[in-house]
Write a protein that binds this ligand. Structure first.
Ligand code: T1G
Length: 677
């Protein structure tokens, strides 16, 4: 049975002005039935002689926020997007777009084929396609240079950042700002006033501006765009607009768009777009789950983590009571928070009065008793089970009923911590990543007995403070650090067999990671988790730690560092590795970059498959989200599990077996079926 065509576009008449209204919740995406409705109603309005002008507006939260990404890769349905837009642009009557919310991507492209644009000041306009590994594929790269000029068009398309309507008005993208509550009426009045002037087809307007900006953008963003294809394709299209007639420019854009659309980078970035939103959902959560109200937060520990965690809540206006055991540690912690905020204020991120306001809702104390009125308490002290159980035991007596008791532990057993309380239902993990006020990832660790509403509340508060929250099960290292472990173990083994830290790191950086295993170790601290006995030297890491090579903080780790922390390969480290190799009787051999990939990245996929099978992650895409937002996995490769599909699970299994790994059953299953996750 053919499904009923949803009625997502309607038309009203206001005197001699036709008002075409799109209503396709939640974001008025240009689904096939919206394109169909636009084609039909514009044709009707154009054919109706009593209509002298046309307004296009949207119901709901926002103007059209783009093409319907969920349709990509599926068989085409409904009228071609470009054809619909070209018919609007060719209308013999003035067409006015009435914009509120976020006119993004195909939404802005639709507004661009309208002859004029009216927007409320709170609206945002942009072409974020580059963030999906794409480019505006419906004429945006050819029309923007004709409306806002080459510089703004190049910047908007290659960065994907939206503009506020007020800025859009300044550069001519918006012709008039409407009242926040009178957009429809103002747009109709504006349209009526344009009847005499008539239509203004964008394609007939001249391109203007200085094409030199294109090279300047490439130079300025070389580091940020390293490995990405889409930013350069966007700039190529804008550059084409400066020298090709409109239709040829459109054809060039189409060709570039299709190349990206069917490339792996866009598939990866679209995967992450949905994966990030999917991660927020808790499978099987009872429908009637009520969130707990978090009005006040307690943080135990004012060190790097405790301070960073507190900042997340303060900048959202949520009061924090922060506890330390010693006054000097407390003062130091508060001082660091203030220094960080002052630094951000100096960069214009906060106004000075905002900093005072945030510091004003931060209450330092030496007494756990002062947490009695907190709705969420996050423990961020030393990674020692006894210390944590002692604190949770005390919290059990202090915290009010219903308070959520969270540990920021990065790998300890949350279930065991919960046994220190009489309320395991309120206990869970909230694993922030350092620096906690910057890194977006938050692993919310679900204990065996964690109550659904406590879990849902932690996920919601995570989103509220700007984190990408992912549910993790209790296991050593949860999701991210558990996958990091086999990578680090193999990286050390590769040193023993002949690779250098620089070679291993270069393979990872060339792959798209921000840094390799050894650079990361030096940054985090080679001494993290070291037994601290300088006389007990059993591994290369022990040897480094024993002679104070604890990483960047000591200007020596796997690399040597000058006072600007510029790394250089260390002869001393090479000597230590050689000593261990000789002692172990291992012959040094040349190791290929491919082998480094197979022995450091493939085992991560293997561990991810085990995590999935054990139910420690809800879905493979959650694992991808962890690695994108927690460790900087290149988004154009979609995360480890998505990448495994691109790489070929059969190829991965074959290599893992060849290197002597035990392959996870789920990964073997995927390989046999020749599918991804
Ligand atoms: N297509 C399909 N679904 C979309 C969507 C889209 N463009 N945008 C959002 N959704 C879904 C989203 O998955 C979620 O679903 C719900 O809407 C609410 O989204 C040819 C090719 C508009 C700023 O890149 O940036 O046009 O989880 O949670 O925080 O040139 O959504 O509820 O089931 O993000 O209020 C270009 C992408 C597309 C904009 C709203 N447009 N969207 O944020 O809600 S490509 C974009 C956003 C294109 C043309 C090209 C944000 C938002 P669910 P949400 P939000």
């Amino acid at each position: 049975m053919s499904e009923e065509t949803p009625v997502s576009v309607t038309m009203e008449k206001d005197g001699d002005v036709a008002v075409i209204i799109v209503n396709n919740p939640p974001v008025n995406a240009l689904s096939w039935h919206v394109r169909q409705g636009l084609e039909d109603h514009f044709a009707a309005a154009i054919a109706d002689d009593s209509v002298k002008a046309i307004v296009l507006r949207c119901a709901g939260a926002t103007f059209i926020a783009g093409a319907d990404i969920s349709e990509f890769g599926k068989p085409p349905r409904g009228p071609d997007f470009n054809a619909v837009l070209n018919s609007i642009e060719a209308a013999p009557k003035p067409v006015v777009a009435a914009i509120h919310g976020t006119a993004l991507g195909g939404g802005l492209e639709t507004a661009l084929v309208c002859h004029y644009r009216v927007a409320v000041p709170s609206a945002k306009l942009g072409v974020p396609e580059v963030k999906l590994g794409l480019l505006p594929g419906a004429g945006g790269t050819q029309r923007l240079p004709r409306v806002v000029g080459v510089e703004a068009a190049a910047t908007m398309t290659s960065t994907g950042d939206p503009l506020p309507a007020t800025k859009a008005k300044e550069i001519g993208l918006v012709d008039e700002l409407a009242g926040e509550d009178s957009l429809a009426a103002d747009a109709i009045a504006f349209a009526r006033a344009k009847i005499a002037a008539g239509p203004r087809p964008t394609r007939e307007r001249p391109v203007f501006g200085d094409v030199a900006v294109i090279e300047q953008l490439k130079t300025a963003n070389a580091k940020r765009w390293r490995g990405f294809e889409a930013p350069y394709a966007n700039l190529a299209c804008v550059e084409a607009a400066t020298r090709l007639p409109f239709d040829e420019g459109l054809a060039f854009e189409r060709e570039q768009f299709m190349k990206l659309m069917f490339g792996s980078q866009s598939a990866a970035q679209r995967h992450i777009f949905f994966a990030e939103r999917q991660a927020a959902k808790i499978d099987g959560l009872p429908k009637d789950t009520q969130l707990r109200d978090i009005k006040k937060v307690g943080v135990i520990g004012a060190g790097t983590m405790g301070g960073g965690i507190s900042m997340n809540f303060l900048q959202k206006g949520i009061p924090v009571t922060i506890v330390e055991m010693q006054q000097d540690a407390l003062d130091r912690g508060i001082g660091v928070i203030r220094k960080n905020y002052d630094a951000s204020a100096a960069k214009g991120r906060f106004k000075p009065e905002q900093v005072d306001q945030m510091m004003g809702i931060l209450t330092p104390t030496l007494s756990l008793d002062d947490l009695a009125d907190c709705d969420l308490i996050i423990e961020a002290v030393y990674e020692d089970m006894d210390v944590k159980k002692d604190i949770f035991g005390k919290l059990d007596a202090i915290a009010k009923p219903g308070a959520i008791l969270a540990s920021n532990t990065s790998y300890l057993d949350v279930d065991e911590i919960a046994t220190a309380t009489s309320r395991p239902g309120d206990v869970l993990g909230m694993h922030f990543f350092s620096p906690a006020n910057v890194m977006k990832l938050l692993e919310v660790v679900r204990g065996e007995k964690t109550a659904p509403d406590a879990l849902a509340t932690a996920m919601a508060i995570g989103k509220k403070i700007g984190k990408v929250a992912v549910v993790a099960g209790v296991c050593d290292g949860f999701i991210g650090n558990r996958m990091l472990k086999p990578r680090q173990v193999e990286a050390m083994n590769l040193l023993m067999e002949g690779a250098t830290p620089a070679q291993v790191d270069k393979v990872h950086v060339d792959f798209g990671m921000p840094m390799g295993p050894f650079q990361m170790s030096d940054l985090a601290g080679v001494d993290i988790g070291w037994h601290r006995d300088p006389n007990r030297i059993e591994t290369i890491r022990d040897a480094l730690c024993a002679e104070g090579r604890w990483g960047q903080k000591k200007q020596a780790g796997f690399y040597d560092y000058d006072d600007k922390r510029t790394p250089s390969e260390s002869a001393r480290v090479a000597e230590i590795i050689e000593q261990f190799r000789a002692k172990a009787g291992v012959e040094k051999r040349a190791i290929s970059d491919q082998e480094i990939i197979e022995r450091t990245l493939y085992p991560m996929v293997n561990e991810g498959a085990l995590i999935l099978s054990e139910g420690k992650a809800q879905r493979a895409s959650d694992i991808d989200v962890v690695w994108i937002y927690g460790y900087g996995w290149p988004v154009y490769r979609g995360g480890p599990m998505f990448w495994a599909g691109l790489e070929g699970t059969d190829k991965i299994v074959a290599a893992l077996e060849q290197h002597g790994f035990t392959v996870a059953p789920l990964l073997k299953e995927k390989a046999e079926a020749k599918t991804g996750f």
